[in-house]
Design a binder for this molecule. Structure first.
Ligand SMILES: NC(=O)c1ccc[n+]([C@@H]2O[C@H](COP(=O)([O-])OP(=O)(O)OC[C@H]3O[C@@H](n4cnc5c(N)ncnc54)[C@H](OP(=O)(O)O)[C@@H]3O)[C@@H](O)[C@H]2O)c1
Length: 316
């Protein structure tokens, strides 16, 4: 029998992202984030810094800044570990690195499959075709992880409606979270509506334009949403920062932004933004900025010989 999805999350309106936290700085970055008020930490196997994140969490607990129960810890399954039998194994590895007994969320990082040990594909043979291990198989492993109490919630990341429907068709537990790119240049109205109607919490990546991404994954002429003329104008009028305006716009849409910051002043500013309410008029002005622009595209997965297409990831 299918279980009706019940979403126990999300008290937290903002998440600290740990992608691009350098290993040597991760302890300080996460410690600063928790001290600044972040209570939800977004991790992933692919970020290769979960040990350092774990050390910061335990130091904060030891110092009495937080209890484990105050924190919401997310991690993600990397693309070379799809398949029912791999999920619990990989989740347990993240738990071991983080020094935790359970996660609050575990997500499938991407609906793309790489061969075991491939971090980023360089040729067609690095991929596994989607019909070889259907996403439903991996989802069964996710359900087993939740059933075993290793994670409180399960979800996905970078899934469009077609991919969500693929796993929801036979699901015992529905996905509870979808982590996707949303910012004023990519409103994602249709996908966000779909998720909200299906009680799937949306957490957003690249919310501030992911400005400090490495050059190899960044177009030279990409627009900077944080410095957009309209965003600057409206935030000046409201006497808040551009980052705060974008965070408030996301929160006002029921979306939980994941923000990467290494700067404690920015961190405090970002956490304070969760209390900002925007008028319908301001929301409409920001909604009008959309230009369907993606900072994270599918280029790394749509290389010669790849069985994947851009539509597979992003067509709505
Ligand atoms: N699931 C996925 O596939 C996926 C993909 C991408 C990202 N993510 C997650 O999303 C997180 C967010 O990363 P992102 O790449 O999306 O970056 P982002 O949060 O859009 O942008 C990060 C940039 O914003 C700046 N920033 C933060 N607060 C600011 C403020 N108040 N004023 C001015 N600048 C500010 C940071 O600089 P400072 O450091 O100087 O503050 C940094 O340069 C990642 O760490 C990761 O956890 C997930």
């Amino acid at each position: 029998m299918k279980q009706v999805f019940k979403n126990g999350i999300d008290q937290h309106k903002i998440v600290i992202g740990t992608w691009r936290f350098k290993q040597r700085d991760t302890f300080t970055n996460v410690y600063d984030a928790i001290k600044s008020g972040f209570r939800h930490i977004d991790c992933a196997t692919a970020y290769r810094n979960e040990r350092e994140v774990g050390r910061a969490i335990h130091t904060c607990i030891k110092e009495g800044i937080v209890n484990r129960e105050d924190l919401w810890i997310t991690s993600k399954l990397w693309n070379d570990s799809h398949g029912e039998d791999n999920v619990i194994l990989n989740l347990k590895q993240s738990l071991s690195h983080l020094g935790l007994t359970y996660l609050d969320s575990y997500l499938i990082n991407w609906p793309v499959l790489f061969r075991k040990g491939v971090f980023m594909p360089a040729q067609g043979s690095d991929f596994i075709a989607p019909d070889q291990i259907p996403l439903k198989e991996t989802w069964k492993g996710m359900e087993a992880a939740k059933g075993a109490g290793l994670t409180r919630t399960i979800g996905v990341s970078n899934f469009n409606i077609a991919r969500l429907e693929e796993i929801m068709e036979d699901a015992y537990y529905k996905p509870e979270i979808n982590q996707i790119e949303v910012h004023p240049y990519l409103k994602q109205e249709k996908l966000v509506d779909y998720c909200q109607k299906n009680k799937i919490k949306v957490t957003s990546l690249c919310s501030l334009g992911s400005y400090d991404r490495p050059r190899m994954v960044k177009a030279i002429d990409e627009p900077a949403v944080l410095y957009d003329d309209e965003i600057v104008r409206i935030s000046n009028e409201l006497n808040i920062s551009t980052a705060q305006l974008i965070i408030a716009w996301l929160n006002n849409r029921g979306i939980c932004p994941i923000i990467k910051s290494t700067n404690p002043i920015h961190m405090k500013e970002d956490v304070e933004a969760v209390n900002i309410k925007l008028s319908d008029d301001v929301m409409a002005q920001i909604n009008a900025i959309d230009r369907e622009f993606r900072y994270i595209c599918s280029d790394y997965f749509v290389i010669p010989g790849s069985p994947y297409t851009a539509e597979y990831f992003f067509e709505q």
